[in-house]
Ligand binder design. Structure first.
Ligand code: NAD
Length: 499
């Protein structure tokens, strides 16, 4: 039996009646209530398991953004003047509401993105934890103690909100990425205008419907619409003090360049292409099992995905066989086809065509698919879980962010060479190192140019620790006290008390 014969993936379809979705109102959420868009134009929302439209939302304009920013400007001073305890109580209430509405949010998230149920469940429970963590951490946010550094003068460092923050989120984790931004931004006393991805706005709008009334009107606003219209206006609006983007490198560059016109602060969480360094002494079975999840979570549409293996040549064959066996057991299907489905469709037809294009070009270039390597039969945008082997250094599939269920395998022979190759990428978000050598487990992470480096693990996150990249993956940190610092500002007040 050759490795290619090991599995022929097919798409498991939902049978029978799927429960009714509780769709959110279709307008923008501005000043505490839903309002229609100023243009009347609508964006269709598509189910990626069928390609059929099942909802529509307002396609926002720059005028809609201006109305939302005006509401946020009015609301911010009052919100910024509340105590950390009061803000903490509001965030805890939001966490409780999300938790109580988890089933509604999970169903909507899976319907809009095609995510397997287990991923939507994890997204919603992680969003709850983010609000709970920030509810507590916001009360612990502090600065240097007051001190006398000049004779007769006392210095006090105040920590203040930044003001009005614009947020732009992606389609791969619509609710979770909103939570990662909103929780620290609100905890730090800012008001917000958020634009969800035009492809996946439903859970963000549902969240607004569910939590309306928890925050003072205007503190939290959502405008739906396209990146180059609504996103661009958030980036160049003179009354927005910081703009935060989670998305592709191209969108991050566009936003940062527009933000320059008003010298506003920019917080960027962009793409990734995580290298996975597997040394000869690694526990190969453990690595293969971990990559079954870490390389294919959210159908590979994950910025920290373990997608680029660099394995020592002496164990490459053994590791590849273990990995392919693991991947062969993945269950592909509609999210509604069962709780055990692990791989859903790509989010859109355009993204499906993009991933399929990467695979076709890799095969055309002589790279081998040890498993998968092709789109699956429609309807919907499914791609077979894939492991590409014999991938030469510098190949497109190993350099570019494919953002689908695809792992590439390259081999290496030298400890130093593999570090150079791992770093030879425009991205710097995440990486992992697999070894049982204590020296390598301490020394290699220090040499890797990535914001997160796991040792003998991959894609394990916690709210207490920061997430964010270097180089083309952007700057700024989500999660942890570092996010609270990013979304607040320090002010030095110096008091002259000399006689
Ligand atoms: P995308 O860049 O296409 O879109 C992200 C957001 O930016 C959307 O809301 C979009 O409307 C907006 N946008 C697009 N062009 C814009 C412009 N010119 N001005 C202002 N806004 C604009 O990204 P995506 O396809 O939705 O998401 C996938 C990308 O996000 C991947 O590259 C992935 O790695 C990255 N991502 C990164 C992280 C992280 O934490 N670093 C997390 C999730 C996703």
């Amino acid at each position: 039996m050759t490795l290619t014969d090991i599995a022929r993936f097919s798409v498991r379809r939902a049978s029978g009646h799927t429960p009714e979705l509780e769709l959110p109102p279709a307008g923008h959420f501005i000043g505490g209530s839903f309002v229609p868009g100023s243009s009347g134009a609508q964006t269709e929302i598509v189910d990626p398991t069928t390609g059929q439209s099942f909802a529509s939302v307002a396609e926002g304009t720059a005028d809609d953004v201006d109305a939302a920013v005006a509401a946020a400007v009015r609301a911010q001073p009052g919100w910024g003047a509340t105590t950390p305890k009061e803000r903490s109580e509001a965030l805890s209430k939001i966490a409780d509401i999300i938790e109580a509405s988890h089933a509604v949010l999970e169903a909507l998230e899976s319907a809009n993105t095609g995510k397997p149920q287990s991923v939507s469940e994890d997204d919603v429970s992680s969003a709850v934890d983010t609000f709970r963590f920030m509810a507590g951490a916001g009360r612990a946010l502090s600065s240097l103690a007051a001190g006398d550094y000049v004779a007769g003068h006392t210095s006090v460092i105040l920590r203040e909100p930044i003001g009005v923050v614009g947020v732009i989120t992606p389609w791969n984790y619509p609710l979770l990425m909103a939570a990662w931004k909103l929780a620290p931004i609100l905890a730090a006393g800012n008001s917000v205008v958020l634009k969800p991805s035009e492809q996946t706005p439903l859970t963000t709008l549902k969240l607004m419907e569910l939590i309306a009334g928890v925050l003072p009107d205007g503190v939290l606003n959502v405008v739906t619409g396209l990146g180059p219209v609504v996103g661009a206006r958030l980036a160049d609006h003179p009354d927005i003090n910081l703009v935060a983007v989670t998305g592709s490198v191209g969108s991050g560059k566009a936003v940062a360049s527009l933000a320059g016109s008003t010298v506003k602060r920019v917080h960027l969480e962009l793409g990734g292409k995580a290298p996975v360094l597997i040394y000869a002494d690694a526990d190969l079975a453990a690595a293969a099992t971990a990559l079954r999840t870490a390389g294919f979570w959210n159908s590979g549409q994950e910025c920290g995905s373990a997608c680029r293996v660099l394995v020592h040549e002496s164990v490459a064959e053994e590791f590849t066989e273990l990995l392919v066996r693991e991947v062969s057991t993945l269950v592909v299907g509609d999210p509604a086809a069962g709780a055990d489905v692990e791989i859903g469709p790509m989010v859109s037809e355009a993204h499906f065509a993009r991933v399929a294009g990467f695979l076709q070009r890799a095969l055309d270039a002589g790279i081998t698919a040890a498993i998968g390597g092709r789109p699956l039969e429609g309807p919907g945008y499914f791609i077979a879980p894939t492991v590409l082997v014999n991938v030469p250094a510098g190949a497109e599939a190993a350099r570019e962010e494919i953002f689908g269920p695809v792992i590439t395998v390259e081999t290496f022979s030298d400890e130093q060479e593999v570090i150079r190759r791992a770093n030879d990428t425009p991205y710097g978000l995440a990486a992992s190192v697999w070894t049982s050598d204590a020296r390598l487990s301490m020394s290699v992470p220090r040499k890797l140019d990535f914001g997160t480096v796991w040792v003998n693990s991959h894609l394990v996150l916690a709210n207490e620790v920061p997430w964010g990249g270097f180089k083309g993956s952007g700057y700024g940190r989500d999660l942890s006290l570092y996010a609270l610092e990013d979304f607040s500002r320090t002010k030095h007040v110096m008091i002259n008390h000399s006689a």
